[in-house]
Write a protein of this length. Structure first.
Length: 399
């Protein structure tokens, strides 16, 4: 093909891949630059990616070693190993005080993949998916890749990110296919209460919409008790729960997650997994089984660690005027309003990295309602968090 025969650039790639290139994916640019600076030897305090500095529990690592030594390096059942699916179902049944069977579970390489696959099964062109904002940075891309349109319902910072039932109800329309919720929320750390989830589930049932609940931070609720919509009977046949071990068991790099839903959805998820993944590695699934069935003290340790770090960070940020942090009820992040500096969040984050060596994520990645904020991760030891705040306190007056 000659240069004159080449198609115009806009037609070279499918529209669904262009839909993934959202502001959320662009939000990781600061993180990428910080990684490059660290690789070059710069002393950068990395507070962007939600990857804790604590190690995966030793008994989980040992289980993976045993599995590798046993030759568990071949194909696994596409929807997941039966023992792992059963353990996931048992854990969910205990958490939600309801019946969950193994054939309602589909295993994926991480909750992100499970969410992407569920959206592919549930929404398509012409559909709308309501998302409670602030949203995790990939949600718009996940919805867009399915061909659907995200409809944001903001939970405003000045209301402590509380749900406004009236605003949510007005967002429903004839094209509403699903509602996507995340509690504890990334990035705000807000935790939805039982009455909030009852309201969301009731509206979904009334409008015949699916409810997709991203619960990867469920074990990290430290101020308000965590509640799942799985406890609301009205939505049982249209509920999808997405979860993983990444945040609860310090297993981000293991890439193991799952979706739980009605049996017919699990069947569709298995068929999709056959086309895109052909199953998850058996030795990783064996490690996940050990994580679910072995000692669970790591969950309490992580929860206590993030609570301590949250309090340290909030205390240290008091010296960083005019920054205004929002107190999270769970999770591993703190949102900080930077509008008082006169800088847009993106410029603030990039200058903070270049001039003070502290990396945070601009709020534009999480929706318009928090565009004046940056997300600060509680993923470094207390001493490094204090150092990050000291650098900011020294840097801010120069603005």
């Amino acid at each position: 093909m000659t240069g004159t025969d080449a198609p115009p650039p806009a037609s070279r790639f499918a529209s669904r891949t262009r839909a993934v290139a959202t502001a959320g994916s662009a939000g990781w640019a600061v993180s990428d630059r910080a990684a490059a600076m660290r690789a070059a030897g710069a002393d950068v305090i990395e507070l962007t990616v939600g990857d804790v500095d604590l190690a995966t529990p030793a008994h989980v690592v040992a289980a993976a070693h045993r599995s590798l030594d046993a030759g568990r390096t071949h194909y696994a059942p596409i929807a997941g190993e039966p023992a792992l699916r059963a353990a996931i179902a048992e854990r969910a049944a205990r958490r939600y005080a309801t019946r969950v069977s193994a054939d309602q579970v589909a295993v994926f390489p991480g909750a992100q993949c499970a969410l992407f696959s569920a959206m592919q099964c549930l929404a398509g062109p012409g559909d709308e998916v309501i998302v409670l904002e602030p949203i995790y940075a990939t949600y718009a891309a996940v919805v867009g890749a399915a061909g659907a349109t995200p409809v944001a319902v903001s939970m405003r910072a000045h209301d402590r990110f509380a749900l406004d039932p009236g605003r949510l109800e007005r967002a429903f329309g004839p094209r509403t296919r699903a509602v996507l919720v995340n509690s504890p929320n990334n990035p705000s750390g807000g935790v939805l209460g039982a009455s909030d989830l009852e309201c969301i589930a009731t509206l979904c049932a009334r409008h015949g919409a699916w409810l997709i609940s991203d619960e990867v931070y469920a074990e990290l609720a430290f101020e308000r008790p965590y509640t799942s919509p799985a406890s609301v009977a009205a939505i049982a046949d249209r509920l999808v729960v997405v979860d993983s071990l990444s945040k609860s068991h310090a297993m981000t790099g293991w890439r193991i997650g799952w979706a739980i839903g009605p049996r017919d959805l699990a069947t569709h998820l298995g068929a999709l997994a056959q086309a895109e993944l052909f199953g998850s590695p058996p030795f990783v699934q064996d490690a996940a089984l050990a994580a679910l069935t072995g000692p669970q003290d790591v969950c309490a340790t992580l929860r206590a660690t993030y609570l301590e770090r949250r309090d340290v960070l909030l205390d240290a940020l008091a010296a960083c005027r005019p920054l205004r942090p929002f107190r999270p009820d769970g999770g591993m992040f703190v949102l900080v309003d930077v509008s008082g500096t006169g800088l847009a969040a993106g410029e603030f984050a990039n200058r903070l990295l270049d001039e003070a060596g502290v990396a945070v994520v601009p709020g534009e990645a999480f929706g318009a309602s928090v565009a004046d904020c940056v997300r600060v991760g509680l993923t470094q030891p207390v001493a490094r968090l204090r150092e990050a705040c000291a650098r900011m306190a020294e840097w801010l007056p120069g603005l």
